[in-house]
Ligand binder design. Structure first.
Ligand code: NAI
Length: 463
């Protein structure tokens, strides 16, 4: 008799492991299949967590080397110990993945080690073993999008995986794609001493995020030393003994040019990872972009099979996957799980950080929604001045007629933390005036949020 579960989750990333925990909390007998040696998926092992460890370490290095002096702190002979920095990153990852193992034990979730595959209706195969499942949640995540002419070897031509493992600081790093990965990992290696050139197909960085905010951010990155080649495409990257030769052409076509790089980082997006899941045999339908199709309850077209996270439509963000994991477990348990996609924040963990939640001005214009925007710069915020971090601003957008908050966009110090109060405001249907009339501690960076809310009504106090 095969062992039988109420729920089997395939994939133990932030979507899958959270779905498993919530299902177990709700009293369902739950297993989670994971083929990696450790739990936590891309995010904990080779994504969000190791990149944040290196972002923190490299920022500390840059501060000690270049910023402490401004504060009257004299540090001489600042040196980089990259081996130690990388080892620390490994320790951070290891502590996090062990934390998920602990949570599995605490919640009595069975970890089925190996690759999971839909074997038959209500059956999941893991290697030679077959298990029964009343409900299957597919949470297999995503993988890097390849680019013709650029063959990844994870040594000279790397994805984010190899870019987190470099044993030496490259002299020249060429990044293909000015998205989140390119700018975060480009920041790490620039701070540690690399020259960084980013080649981007479009005429702007971070497409999809608020244009004005990203333009201001681009200017800050240029000030930091980033070089951007916008409206350009890479047609080839050829590794050799003396580095990689990268061929760049104008996006619209034209004369090609060659760049020499020690390392090339390919970061042009990610795509749903469905290999080996047995979807075709099970009859699970995909959409036009190879993602698993689901309805508003995360159900696929096959009864009893659900999908969440990067493998379905929507932003490829760990916290979006987590919300979906909670919702789908609650739906399976007969509750009313739900995700509000209007209130999912997005953060770029550079310095300054970029953060947003809700609609952009571009989206509202396209939808014909009348809105009012209010902006407040960090140069006018006392705490930002004390920190010496005055680049950027907070911009809030409210519906013209009702004053309801529709979007918030921040570039500035700790933007990723500041955005949380605005995600709550949008979740609760707050107006700009609600935020403006809420007391914000002084002196704090959050006062810039309050001032931007006042600015929506044309009555900012400190500018
Ligand atoms: P992305 O979608 O953020 O950016 C890819 C960039 O590459 C875009 O600007 C695009 O226009 C450009 N591009 C596409 N084809 C190109 C070409 N042939 N030549 C030059 N440029 C080209 O993708 P990215 O940075 O790879 O990240 C993948 C996913 O991981 C994203 O969905 C992102 O949200 C997620 N992620 C999120 C993080 C966070 O929340 N802090 C951190 C890292 C990744």
């Amino acid at each position: 008799m095969p062992e039988s579960f109420d729920v089997i989750v395939i994939g133990a990333g932030p979507g899958g492991y959270v779905a498993a925990i919530r299902a177990a909390q709700l009293g369902l007998k739950t297993a989670c299949v994971e083929k990696r040696e450790t739990l936590g998926g891309t995010c904990l092992n080779i994504g969000c967590i190791p990149s944040k460890a290196l972002l923190q370490s490299s920022e500390n290095f840059e501060e000690a080397a270049h910023k402490f002096a401004d504060h009257g702190v004299v540090v001489e002979g600042v040196k980089l110990d990259l081996a130690r920095m990388q080892a620390r990153k490994g320790e951070v990852v290891s502590a996090n993945v062990k934390g998920v193992e602990f949570l599995f034990r605490k919640n009595k979730i069975t970890w089925l080690k190996g690759a999971g595959r839909l074997a038959a209706p209500g059956k999941v195969a893991v290697g030679e073993e077959v298990y029964e499942a009343k409900h299957v949640i597919l949470a297999s995540g995503s993988e890097s999008v390849p680019l013709q002419g650029v063959k990844v070897d994870e040594k000279q031509i790397v994805t984010s995986t190899g870019a987190l493992e470099l044993a030496a600081v490259p002299k020249h790093l060429v990044v293909i794609g000015a998205g989140v990965i390119g700018l975060e990992l480009g920041s790490v290696w620039r701070r540690l001493g690399a020259e960084v050139t980013v080649v981007e197909f479009l005429d702007r960085i971070l497409p999809g995020m608020d244009a004005e905010t990203c333009k201001a951010f681009e200017r800050v990155l240029v000030k930091q030393g980033f070089k951007f080649r916008l409206k350009s495409k890479v047609t080839a990257a050829v590794p050799g003994a003396d580095g990689v030769t990268v061929t760049v052409e104008p996006a619209a076509g034209g004369a090609a040019e060659e760049l020499k790089a020690d390392i090339v980082l390919l970061a042009i997006g990610r795509r749903a990872y469905t290999e080996g899941l047995g979807l075709e045999a099970a009859g699970v339908a995909l959409d036009e972009r190879g993602r698993i199709k689901v309805d508003a309850h995360f159900a696929t077209n096959v009864p009893g099979i659900y999908a969440i996270g990067d493998v379905i439509a929507g932003p490829m963000l760990a916290h979006k996957a987590e919300e979906e994991g909670v919702a789908v477990a609650e739906i399976i348990a007969g509750q009313a799980g739900h995700v509000n996609y209007e209130a999912i924040p997005a953060v770029v963990y550079t310095w300054p950080e970029v953060a947003s939640v809700g609609a952009t001005e571009e989206q509202l214009k396209a939808a014909g929604v009348a809105y009012k925007a209010g902006k407040f710069p960090f140069t006018a915020n006392g705490r930002a001045r004390a920190m010496g971090d005055t680049d950027g601003f907070v911009k809030l957008i409210a519906e013209a007629k009702t004053d309801r908050l529709l979007g918030a966009h921040i570039v500035g110090p700790d933007a990723g933390t500041l955005i949380a109060e605005l995600a709550i405001a949008i979740e609760f249907g707050a107006s700009a005036e609600d935020v403006a009339r809420t007391s914000h501690a002084h002196p704090s960076l959050n006062e810039a949020v309050k001032e931007a809310a006042l600015a929506v009504g044309g009555r900012a106090l400190h500018i």
